[in-house]
Design a protein around this ligand. Structure first.
Ligand SMILES: NC(=O)C1=CN([C@@H]2O[C@H](COP(=O)(O)OP(=O)(O)OC[C@H]3O[C@@H](n4cnc5c(N)ncnc54)[C@H](OP(=O)(O)O)[C@@H]3O)[C@@H](O)[C@H]2O)C=CC1
Ligand SMILES: O=C(O)C1=N[C@H](C(=O)O)C[C@H](O)C1
Length: 267
Protein backbone atom coordinates (compact mmCIF):
# COMPACT_ATOMS: atom_id res chain seq x y z
CA UNK A 1 0.00 0.00 0.00
CA UNK A 2 1.27 3.50 -0.88
CA UNK A 3 1.94 5.66 2.14
CA UNK A 4 -0.59 8.47 2.64
CA UNK A 5 1.10 11.83 3.13
CA UNK A 6 -0.57 13.88 5.85
CA UNK A 7 -0.31 17.47 7.09
CA UNK A 8 -1.51 18.02 10.66
CA UNK A 9 -2.89 21.49 11.47
CA UNK A 10 -2.70 22.07 15.22
CA UNK A 11 0.10 19.47 15.50
CA UNK A 12 1.34 20.92 18.78
CA UNK A 13 -2.10 20.85 20.43
CA UNK A 14 -3.56 18.16 22.69
CA UNK A 15 -5.20 16.32 19.77
CA UNK A 16 -2.57 17.18 17.15
CA UNK A 17 0.22 15.58 19.19
CA UNK A 18 -1.82 12.38 19.50
CA UNK A 19 -2.41 12.39 15.73
CA UNK A 20 1.34 12.79 15.05
CA UNK A 21 1.97 9.81 17.36
CA UNK A 22 -0.67 7.72 15.55
CA UNK A 23 0.84 8.62 12.14
CA UNK A 24 4.29 7.53 13.35
CA UNK A 25 2.82 4.20 14.50
CA UNK A 26 1.26 3.39 11.10
CA UNK A 27 3.51 2.23 8.25
CA UNK A 28 1.11 3.39 5.55
CA UNK A 29 0.99 6.98 6.90
CA UNK A 30 3.73 9.61 6.48
CA UNK A 31 3.90 12.91 8.35
CA UNK A 32 4.35 15.37 5.47
CA UNK A 33 4.05 18.51 7.59
CA UNK A 34 2.64 20.09 10.72
CA UNK A 35 1.33 23.54 11.55
CA UNK A 36 1.91 25.50 14.73
CA UNK A 37 1.98 29.29 14.82
CA UNK A 38 4.08 29.35 17.99
CA UNK A 39 6.63 26.65 16.99
CA UNK A 40 7.30 27.64 13.36
CA UNK A 41 10.66 26.32 12.06
CA UNK A 42 11.22 23.87 14.93
CA UNK A 43 11.41 20.11 14.37
CA UNK A 44 7.97 18.62 15.13
CA UNK A 45 9.38 15.49 16.82
CA UNK A 46 11.69 17.48 19.07
CA UNK A 47 8.91 19.82 20.19
CA UNK A 48 6.47 17.05 21.02
CA UNK A 49 9.05 14.75 22.61
CA UNK A 50 9.64 12.10 19.92
CA UNK A 51 13.21 12.92 19.00
CA UNK A 52 13.94 14.49 15.58
CA UNK A 53 11.48 13.68 12.77
CA UNK A 54 13.18 15.99 10.26
CA UNK A 55 9.90 17.73 9.50
CA UNK A 56 9.64 21.33 10.73
CA UNK A 57 6.47 23.14 11.78
CA UNK A 58 5.17 25.73 9.34
CA UNK A 59 3.39 28.79 10.73
CA UNK A 60 0.18 28.49 8.71
CA UNK A 61 -1.89 25.96 6.80
CA UNK A 62 -1.42 28.00 3.62
CA UNK A 63 2.36 27.70 3.95
CA UNK A 64 2.18 23.97 4.71
CA UNK A 65 0.00 23.27 1.65
CA UNK A 66 2.38 25.24 -0.59
CA UNK A 67 5.52 23.63 0.85
CA UNK A 68 4.55 19.98 1.29
CA UNK A 69 3.20 17.45 -1.14
CA UNK A 70 0.27 15.82 0.74
CA UNK A 71 -3.00 13.98 0.13
CA UNK A 72 -4.73 14.69 3.45
CA UNK A 73 -4.96 17.62 5.89
CA UNK A 74 -5.98 16.64 9.42
CA UNK A 75 -7.30 19.67 11.33
CA UNK A 76 -7.51 19.98 15.12
CA UNK A 77 -7.22 23.74 15.59
CA UNK A 78 -9.85 26.29 16.60
CA UNK A 79 -13.46 27.12 15.72
CA UNK A 80 -12.22 30.47 14.32
CA UNK A 81 -9.70 29.05 11.84
CA UNK A 82 -11.04 25.67 10.74
CA UNK A 83 -13.34 26.82 7.91
CA UNK A 84 -10.55 28.67 6.14
CA UNK A 85 -8.25 25.65 6.53
CA UNK A 86 -10.79 23.38 4.85
CA UNK A 87 -11.26 25.85 1.99
CA UNK A 88 -7.50 26.17 1.45
CA UNK A 89 -7.02 22.40 1.47
CA UNK A 90 -9.83 21.69 -1.01
CA UNK A 91 -8.58 24.46 -3.31
CA UNK A 92 -5.10 22.87 -3.18
CA UNK A 93 -6.49 19.40 -4.02
CA UNK A 94 -5.80 18.10 -0.50
CA UNK A 95 -8.56 16.21 1.32
CA UNK A 96 -9.57 17.50 4.76
CA UNK A 97 -10.24 15.29 7.79
CA UNK A 98 -11.64 17.66 10.39
CA UNK A 99 -12.10 17.15 14.11
CA UNK A 100 -12.22 20.80 15.10
CA UNK A 101 -15.60 21.73 16.56
CA UNK A 102 -17.55 24.98 16.23
CA UNK A 103 -18.52 24.88 12.53
CA UNK A 104 -22.12 26.10 12.09
CA UNK A 105 -24.74 24.31 9.97
CA UNK A 106 -24.27 27.10 7.41
CA UNK A 107 -20.46 26.64 7.36
CA UNK A 108 -20.93 22.92 6.73
CA UNK A 109 -23.40 23.57 3.89
CA UNK A 110 -20.94 26.00 2.26
CA UNK A 111 -18.08 23.52 2.57
CA UNK A 112 -20.32 20.77 1.12
CA UNK A 113 -20.94 23.00 -1.88
CA UNK A 114 -17.22 23.71 -2.32
CA UNK A 115 -16.41 19.98 -2.20
CA UNK A 116 -19.19 19.26 -4.71
CA UNK A 117 -17.80 21.87 -7.11
CA UNK A 118 -14.28 20.45 -6.81
CA UNK A 119 -15.25 16.76 -6.63
CA UNK A 120 -13.26 16.58 -3.40
CA UNK A 121 -13.68 14.14 -0.55
CA UNK A 122 -13.76 15.58 2.99
CA UNK A 123 -14.76 14.27 6.41
CA UNK A 124 -15.93 16.44 9.29
CA UNK A 125 -16.49 14.41 12.45
CA UNK A 126 -17.72 16.11 15.63
CA UNK A 127 -16.38 13.08 17.50
CA UNK A 128 -13.93 10.40 16.29
CA UNK A 129 -14.42 8.05 19.28
CA UNK A 130 -16.40 5.07 17.95
CA UNK A 131 -18.29 4.76 21.27
CA UNK A 132 -19.37 8.39 21.06
CA UNK A 133 -20.60 7.86 17.49
CA UNK A 134 -22.69 4.90 18.71
CA UNK A 135 -24.05 7.03 21.58
CA UNK A 136 -25.19 9.68 19.08
CA UNK A 137 -26.82 7.16 16.74
CA UNK A 138 -28.54 5.31 19.62
CA UNK A 139 -29.82 8.63 21.00
CA UNK A 140 -31.33 9.44 17.61
CA UNK A 141 -33.09 6.06 17.57
CA UNK A 142 -34.34 6.39 21.16
CA UNK A 143 -35.88 9.81 20.44
CA UNK A 144 -38.45 8.18 18.15
CA UNK A 145 -40.01 6.43 21.15
CA UNK A 146 -38.90 8.62 24.09
CA UNK A 147 -39.18 12.22 22.87
CA UNK A 148 -38.58 13.82 26.31
CA UNK A 149 -34.80 14.28 26.32
CA UNK A 150 -31.98 16.43 27.72
CA UNK A 151 -28.28 16.35 26.80
CA UNK A 152 -25.54 16.95 29.39
CA UNK A 153 -22.01 17.25 28.00
CA UNK A 154 -18.94 17.65 30.25
CA UNK A 155 -15.46 18.68 29.13
CA UNK A 156 -12.08 19.92 30.37
CA UNK A 157 -11.97 23.65 31.13
CA UNK A 158 -9.61 24.50 28.19
CA UNK A 159 -12.46 23.97 25.73
CA UNK A 160 -13.40 27.07 23.69
CA UNK A 161 -16.86 26.21 22.38
CA UNK A 162 -20.15 25.34 24.08
CA UNK A 163 -22.11 23.25 23.51
CA UNK A 164 -19.58 20.74 22.20
CA UNK A 165 -19.65 19.62 18.57
CA UNK A 166 -20.75 16.20 19.81
CA UNK A 167 -23.72 17.66 21.71
CA UNK A 168 -24.75 19.67 18.65
CA UNK A 169 -24.58 16.62 16.38
CA UNK A 170 -26.50 14.55 18.98
CA UNK A 171 -29.16 17.27 19.14
CA UNK A 172 -29.45 17.25 15.33
CA UNK A 173 -29.84 13.45 15.21
CA UNK A 174 -32.47 13.61 17.97
CA UNK A 175 -34.36 16.42 16.21
CA UNK A 176 -34.42 14.40 12.95
CA UNK A 177 -36.25 11.60 14.78
CA UNK A 178 -38.40 13.48 17.32
CA UNK A 179 -41.61 15.35 16.50
CA UNK A 180 -40.86 18.92 17.60
CA UNK A 181 -42.56 20.13 20.80
CA UNK A 182 -41.50 22.28 23.74
CA UNK A 183 -41.01 19.88 26.62
CA UNK A 184 -41.14 20.67 30.34
CA UNK A 185 -43.72 22.79 32.17
CA UNK A 186 -45.03 25.46 29.80
CA UNK A 187 -45.08 27.93 32.72
CA UNK A 188 -41.53 27.27 33.97
CA UNK A 189 -39.35 30.31 34.79
CA UNK A 190 -35.61 30.54 35.34
CA UNK A 191 -34.80 32.04 38.74
CA UNK A 192 -31.16 32.19 37.63
CA UNK A 193 -30.53 32.97 33.93
CA UNK A 194 -29.37 29.89 32.01
CA UNK A 195 -30.49 27.41 34.67
CA UNK A 196 -32.40 25.32 32.12
CA UNK A 197 -29.51 25.21 29.64
CA UNK A 198 -29.50 26.00 25.92
CA UNK A 199 -32.74 25.52 23.95
CA UNK A 200 -32.63 23.43 20.74
CA UNK A 201 -35.85 22.58 18.88
CA UNK A 202 -37.89 22.06 22.05
CA UNK A 203 -35.31 20.39 24.31
CA UNK A 204 -32.28 21.43 26.40
CA UNK A 205 -28.51 21.04 26.16
CA UNK A 206 -26.28 21.61 29.22
CA UNK A 207 -22.50 22.17 29.22
CA UNK A 208 -20.20 21.47 32.19
CA UNK A 209 -16.52 22.63 32.18
CA UNK A 210 -14.12 21.39 34.88
CA UNK A 211 -10.41 20.57 35.17
CA UNK A 212 -9.92 16.81 35.38
CA UNK A 213 -12.55 16.02 32.75
CA UNK A 214 -11.68 14.90 29.19
CA UNK A 215 -14.88 14.45 27.09
CA UNK A 216 -18.12 12.99 28.44
CA UNK A 217 -21.79 13.06 27.51
CA UNK A 218 -25.06 11.75 28.88
CA UNK A 219 -28.30 11.73 26.93
CA UNK A 220 -31.23 11.39 29.34
CA UNK A 221 -34.65 10.22 28.16
CA UNK A 222 -37.72 10.22 30.41
CA UNK A 223 -41.13 8.60 29.99
CA UNK A 224 -43.94 7.69 32.39
CA UNK A 225 -42.34 5.46 35.02
CA UNK A 226 -39.03 4.99 33.18
CA UNK A 227 -35.66 6.60 32.44
CA UNK A 228 -33.08 5.73 29.78
CA UNK A 229 -29.53 7.09 30.05
CA UNK A 230 -27.03 6.75 27.19
CA UNK A 231 -23.55 7.74 28.31
CA UNK A 232 -20.12 7.90 26.73
CA UNK A 233 -16.76 8.80 28.30
CA UNK A 234 -13.49 9.52 26.54
CA UNK A 235 -10.91 8.92 29.26
CA UNK A 236 -7.96 10.00 27.10
CA UNK A 237 -7.27 11.34 23.58
CA UNK A 238 -6.07 7.97 22.30
CA UNK A 239 -9.81 7.12 22.25
CA UNK A 240 -10.23 9.30 19.13
CA UNK A 241 -7.39 7.76 17.09
CA UNK A 242 -9.06 4.67 15.53
CA UNK A 243 -11.69 7.01 14.11
CA UNK A 244 -9.09 9.50 12.80
CA UNK A 245 -7.16 6.63 11.17
CA UNK A 246 -10.31 5.30 9.50
CA UNK A 247 -11.25 8.76 8.23
CA UNK A 248 -7.79 9.34 6.70
CA UNK A 249 -8.07 6.05 4.81
CA UNK A 250 -11.69 6.60 3.77
CA UNK A 251 -11.46 10.24 2.67
CA UNK A 252 -9.34 9.26 -0.33
CA UNK A 253 -12.25 7.20 -1.72
CA UNK A 254 -14.81 10.01 -1.41
CA UNK A 255 -15.88 12.66 -3.94
CA UNK A 256 -18.04 14.66 -1.51
CA UNK A 257 -18.10 15.93 2.07
CA UNK A 258 -19.27 13.56 4.82
CA UNK A 259 -20.42 15.12 8.12
CA UNK A 260 -20.34 12.54 10.94
CA UNK A 261 -18.37 9.32 11.26
CA UNK A 262 -21.63 7.33 11.46
CA UNK A 263 -21.92 7.88 7.70
CA UNK A 264 -18.75 5.89 6.95
CA UNK A 265 -19.30 3.10 9.50
CA UNK A 266 -21.22 -0.07 8.72
CA UNK A 267 -24.07 0.50 11.23
N1 LIG B 1 -13.71 15.46 16.65
C1 LIG B 1 -13.12 14.94 17.72
O1 LIG B 1 -13.15 13.72 17.96
C2 LIG B 1 -12.39 15.86 18.66
C3 LIG B 1 -12.40 17.19 18.42
N2 LIG B 1 -11.72 18.04 19.23
C4 LIG B 1 -11.69 19.44 18.80
O2 LIG B 1 -10.41 19.70 18.23
C5 LIG B 1 -10.06 21.07 18.43
C6 LIG B 1 -8.66 21.14 19.07
O3 LIG B 1 -8.72 20.60 20.36
P1 LIG B 1 -7.41 20.50 21.27
O4 LIG B 1 -6.37 19.72 20.57
O5 LIG B 1 -7.87 20.08 22.60
O6 LIG B 1 -7.00 22.03 21.32
P2 LIG B 1 -5.55 22.68 21.62
O7 LIG B 1 -5.80 24.10 22.01
O8 LIG B 1 -4.76 21.80 22.52
O9 LIG B 1 -4.85 22.66 20.17
C7 LIG B 1 -5.15 23.49 19.12
C8 LIG B 1 -3.88 23.80 18.35
O10 LIG B 1 -4.16 24.54 17.18
C9 LIG B 1 -3.20 25.57 17.05
N3 LIG B 1 -3.83 26.67 16.29
C10 LIG B 1 -4.67 27.60 16.74
N4 LIG B 1 -5.04 28.43 15.73
C11 LIG B 1 -4.39 27.99 14.63
C12 LIG B 1 -4.35 28.44 13.29
N5 LIG B 1 -5.02 29.51 12.89
N6 LIG B 1 -3.61 27.72 12.42
C13 LIG B 1 -2.91 26.65 12.80
N7 LIG B 1 -2.90 26.18 14.08
C14 LIG B 1 -3.64 26.86 14.97
C15 LIG B 1 -2.84 25.95 18.48
O11 LIG B 1 -1.72 26.74 18.74
P3 LIG B 1 -0.29 26.89 17.96
O12 LIG B 1 -0.60 27.29 16.55
O13 LIG B 1 0.45 27.91 18.69
O14 LIG B 1 0.38 25.55 18.01
C16 LIG B 1 -2.84 24.59 19.15
O15 LIG B 1 -1.61 23.95 19.07
C17 LIG B 1 -11.18 21.67 19.27
O16 LIG B 1 -12.10 22.33 18.43
C18 LIG B 1 -11.86 20.45 19.90
O17 LIG B 1 -13.21 20.67 20.19
C19 LIG B 1 -11.02 17.61 20.30
C20 LIG B 1 -11.01 16.29 20.62
C21 LIG B 1 -11.69 15.29 19.81
O1 LIG C 1 -12.65 19.86 22.92
C1 LIG C 1 -12.64 18.61 23.14
O2 LIG C 1 -11.88 18.09 23.95
C2 LIG C 1 -13.56 17.76 22.37
N1 LIG C 1 -14.23 18.30 21.40
C3 LIG C 1 -15.15 17.63 20.54
C4 LIG C 1 -16.52 18.23 20.69
O3 LIG C 1 -16.65 19.47 20.73
O4 LIG C 1 -17.49 17.47 20.74
C5 LIG C 1 -15.10 16.13 20.66
C6 LIG C 1 -14.85 15.63 22.05
O5 LIG C 1 -16.00 15.84 22.79
C7 LIG C 1 -13.64 16.32 22.67
Amino acid sequence: MMSIRIIVAGANGRMGREVVKMIQQNDHFTLAGGVSRSQKGRDIGEVIGFGPLEVAFTGSVEEALAKHDAEVLVDFTTPQSVKEHVELAVQAGVRPVVGTSGLSERDIKELEQLCRERGSGAIIAPNFAIGAVLMMVFAGQAAKYLPHVEIIESHHDRKLDAPSGTAMKTAELIAENRHEFKQGHQGEEEVLDGARGAYYQGFRVHSVRLPGLVAHQEVLFGGPGQLLTIRHDSLNRESFMPGVKLAIEKVLELDHLVYGLENILDL
